[in-house]
Ligand binder design. Structure first.
Ligand code: SAH
Length: 434
């Protein structure tokens, strides 16, 4: 779908012509000169204009749901963090050492090849990555694929990405070409330096209906969530409002809202939490993946920070690797919430089989990270060895990413084995979750 239509979906009441006037950016993201007669004041900083847009939206239509606020902040076509942010890459955790990042990507690639063999080596397999960021994971997987001729011949890569800026980065990582492409167009296709083609899509629905292996690394945690709080036995919604002085604040709705009535049906009366976060959009995405796996075969591998329907308030902002008030300077920090894997599993339905979630420590151990590390260490000098050990510690240690990061797999219902990485492993020194 064209960006124009996307803007109408995501920001009701703010059309491209208004955005364009406010920001001096046209719908292809290119700057144009301000027309004097349209400006009653001196042009301001884009972030200030965005804040003004949020404020007038709240003044006109009342407080925003947290989900609406997240969408605005992250994927508003002009000011959204993922659309506009040139320093992107500071958040996200695919950032240990280059060697270890690469090893991680290769292990995911090996997992896909293994599953393709288990499926009986279908002639065509789509690797579909959702939210590929800088495209490093995709490139690391493709490098592994290129060493397996038969597999490489079967593979095509499909990236589901909303941001033209990120598409540009992905294109550079996969083709090695840095010339500027018009990354806003539909059906953008390029040839990767590894052989297979790469195609970009705005929505999962646009990916052809063929046997696919879906990969989502830190994708679900940026999808919009609604927040609800229980008071005197009744669920209220947490909303984003303006406080005196013009800054943003959270408020609690007076009573139930349409959202609290619609999105809490899976919460049982015995659930002891008085605060829950729900991401219906995540539910819809995983449901669509599951339907495709049911109908065309394939697999999905979902990797994210998450919990089993036990956590409460996890919504937070990140800027320069540090926690950041999610309501401050909207558009300048990443927003994220831990993924509720029990909710995702429920949304998969009865027609597919799910495995996990297992911890990252469990998955990577099962995939033989130890053996790979040994090989890397053998060829490294002392300093590199230290860096490698530190990176692996970060990936694997329960108090770092080893336990908070989880892996969930989806496969067709008749799958008669446990995919690699998903058999439970207990280490003698593994700590129990808090
Ligand atoms: N997978 C990468 C990047 C994660 S950041 C990593 O692990 O480091 C989230 C990614 O999803 C970015 O590429 C962002 O541009 C994209 N994204 C965010 N919301 C999206 C949406 N609604 N549809 C498609 N892509 C989205």
């Amino acid at each position: 779908m064209h960006v124009c239509a996307m803007s109408r979906r995501n920001i009701p009441g703010l059309t491209w012509s208004v955005i364009s006037r406010l920001s001096g950016v046209n719908r292809l993201g290119r700057r144009h000169d301000f027309k004097r007669e349209l400006c009653t004041q001196e042009p301001q900083d884009l972030k200030q204009l965005f804040m003004r847009h949020l404020t007038s939206r709240i003044k006109a239509n009342g407080p925003l749901s947290v989900a609406e606020y997240m969408k605005e902040v992250l994927i508003n076509p002009v000011t959204g963090y993922y659309i506009n942010n040139e320093v992107f890459g500071q958040s996200g955790d695919y950032i240990t050492s280059p060697e270890i990042n690469q090893m991680f990507g290769e292990l995911i690639g090996v997992w896909c090849i293994h599953e393709w063999q288990q499926m009986g080596k279908p002639e065509k397999l789509q690797i579909v990555e959702l939210g590929p960021g800088k495209g490093t994971l995709a490139a690391d997987m493709m490098r592994v694929f290129s060493q397996f001729k038969e597999f490489n011949k079967a593979v095509s890569l499909h990236l589901v990405e909303v941001s033209p800026t990120m598409r540009q980065r992905q294109s550079e990582a996969l083709t090695g070409v840095t010339t500027l492409e018009d990354t806003t167009v539909d059906n953008l296709t390029q040839k990767t330096k590894y052989g297979p083609e790469v195609h970009w899509h705005r929505f999962l629905e646009q990916v052809p209906n063929e046997c696919s292996c879906f990969i989502a690394h830190e994708f679900f945690d940026v999808l919009p969530i609604y927040k609800f709080q229980k008071k005197d036995g009744e669920w209220h919604e947490i909303l984003v409002d303006i406080k005196e002085g013009g800054a943003l604040r959270f408020i609690m709705s007076r009573g139930a809202t349409t959202n609290s009535k619609a999105f809490l049906t899976h919460i049982s009366d015995s659930d002891e939490r008085d605060h829950v976060e729900v991401s219906p959009e995540s539910g819809t995405v995983i449901q669509k993946m599951s339907e495709r796996i049911r109908d065309q075969g394939g697999r999905a591998l979902i990797i994210d920070y998450g919990h089993d329907g036990t956590k409460t308030d996890t919504f937070r902002g990140f800027k320069d690797h540090k926690l950041y008030d999610p309501l401050e300077n909207p558009g300048s920090a990443d927003l994220t919430a831990d993924v509720d894997f029990s909710y995702l599993k429920r949304c998969c339905g009865e027609d597919v089989k799910t495995f996990g979630p297992v911890t990252q420590n469990n998955f990577l151990n099962g995939m033989g990270i130890g053996v790979r590390l040994q090989v890397l260490m053998q060829n490294a000098d002392d300093n590199t060895r230290k860096v490698l050990m530190e990176s692996v510690r970060r990936l694997m240690h329960p108090r770092e990413m080893g336990e908070a990061f989880k892996f969930l797999a989806i496969a067709p219902k008749d799958t008669g084995y446990v995919p690699p990485g998903f058999s439970p492993i207990t280490c003698h020194n593994e700590q129990k979750s808090k």
